[in-house]
Design a protein around this ligand. Structure first.
Ligand SMILES: [Zn+2]
Length: 415
């Protein structure tokens, strides 16, 4: 062991000739605040007949050098010097030696493994608890809108119709956007109409704040709650169909249909608007403000959904052209869209423009709830979808209600 003012050497060999190489390399003296090396690396390397750049590595095999001023903050081991330049490097803050760092990494990995195992156990227990907690449901007290949504879900697959099991909720094209589909699944779950299946994947649930949990509606394996009266699933769905066919005889009919229509129509229009905007590279990002919402609602009051799509397509195209031809910046061009929609609607109304509907394949591409709402509930089909604005829908519902009062003989209203 050779003591130096700032560092110590620990030899790894007993060979005196080799020890001398390390001693020569680390030999020096303090002069004031500086450390002066006795000989240059070139001189020593030349003496032992080796290339200068290989000397530090050769020395490391002969002796370990430790800086006695710098201690590991965890185990107090001295800082190992790999070459001369390491001695002059200043150390700010705390130093943790390689061994302690490895130990830290190992501890961190172990902690993550334990947390992962804890989370998986929590997820399994939560899904087991959720799927066992859910009980049977009395389908006579279901709301009109809930009957429509559940009926649409049952129509989507034979498996659901027969056994109440929803295959892949993510493929269920219930609403124009997946966001609204997730919301509706969540609503049916909160109302006890849908339940978690025991074979729901663990990744579907996550611990939330304050002991609650959150879940991913498209990852849950849902099943329709069994009927309290022991009815089979085909019987339940037949019952839902009969509730839907009550129409005005159901107290919640008009209000439910309008609310459901408004949610779907708004979702359809803003989803379409977002898709139109993102396909133009000139618009930086899609942002939806209150003016957009107002413009979309104004359009939907006066035009059918496929007509509103046509209006949006035309206005976005025009805004994109502004942006490229007149050198508007993209934010400014994008900001003209809500006002553009409102102006388009007002001109089309005052000049009696014929706005051609922009339609998809009615059975295969439109959202499931659109087809159920127009074909089954309103019984006006795709023609109604292509022509009825919100104002016209309201008038239709009122006239149906008037017919109902004049022709109604019995009172079989179901709340
Ligand atoms: Zn250490």
């Amino acid at each position: 062991m050779v003591e130096e003012p700032n560092f110590t050497l620990t030899f790894l060999t007993e060979d005196a000739k080799r020890k001398q190489i390390a001693e020569d390399y680390w030999a020096g003296r303090r002069e004031g605040y500086s450390w002066i090396w006795t000989e240059t690396v070139s001189t020593i390397a030349a003496r032992y007949g080796m290339p200068k750049h290989l000397l530090p590595a050769a020395v490391r095999e002969i002796a370990k050098a430790f800086d006695t001023r710098v201690k590991c903050s965890e185990c107090s081991a001295a800082y190992e010097l790999t070459s001369r330049s390491a001695l002059t490097t200043k150390h700010w803050g705390s130093f943790v030696c390689a061994r302690c760092q490895e130990e830290r990494v190992r501890a961190e990995q172990q902690k993550r493994r334990e947390e992962g195992a804890q989370l998986a156990a929590w997820q399994r227990a939560t899904i087991a608890e959720l799927s066992s907690r859910a009980g049977a449901r009395d389908y006579d007290s279901i709301s009109y809108a809930e009957a429509v949504v559940l009926y649409a879900i049952a129509l989507a697959s034979d498996e659901t119709y027969e056994s109440g099991i929803l295959g892949n909720a993510g493929q269920l094209h219930l609403c124009p956007s997946d966001g609204l589909t997730r919301q509706l699944l969540g609503h049916l779950f909160r109302k006890g109409l849908l339940q978690f299946s025991p074979d729901t994947p663990t990744s579907a649930v996550e611990p939330g704040e304050g002991g609650v949990f959150s879940y991913y509606p498209f990852e849950v394996r849902w099943r329709v709650s069994p009927a309290a009266n022991g009815a089979t699933f085909p019987q339940v769905f037949e019952r839902l169909g009969r509730i839907i066919d009550l129409r005005q005889k159901h107290a919640g009919y008009e209000h439910s249909v309008l609310d459901l229509w408004r949610d779907l129509a708004f979702d359809d229009a803003v989803t379409f608007l977002r898709l139109e905007i993102v396909q133009y590279r000139c618009f930086s990002e899609y942002r939806r403000g209150p003016k957009t919402d107002e413009a979309v609602q104004h359009a939907l009051k006066n035009f059918a959904i496929p007509q509103v799509r046509r209006i949006i397509k035309s206005v976005v195209k025009e805004a994109a052209a502004y942006s490229t031809h007149r050198g508007y910046d993209s934010r400014h061009a994008q900001n003209t869209i809500p006002g553009g929609i409102i102006r388009y609607v007002d001109r089309a109304l005052s000049d009696h423009w014929k706005v051609h509907p922009l339609v998809y394949d009615w059975q295969k591409e439109e959202a499931l709830l659109w087809t159920v709402l127009y074909d089954r509930v309103l019984a006006v089909g795709s023609h109604g979808f292509n022509t009825l604005s919100e104002n016209m829908l309201q008038a239709l519902l009122s006239s149906q209600a008037a017919d109902q009062t004049s022709s109604s003989s019995g009172n079989n209203t179901i709340q």
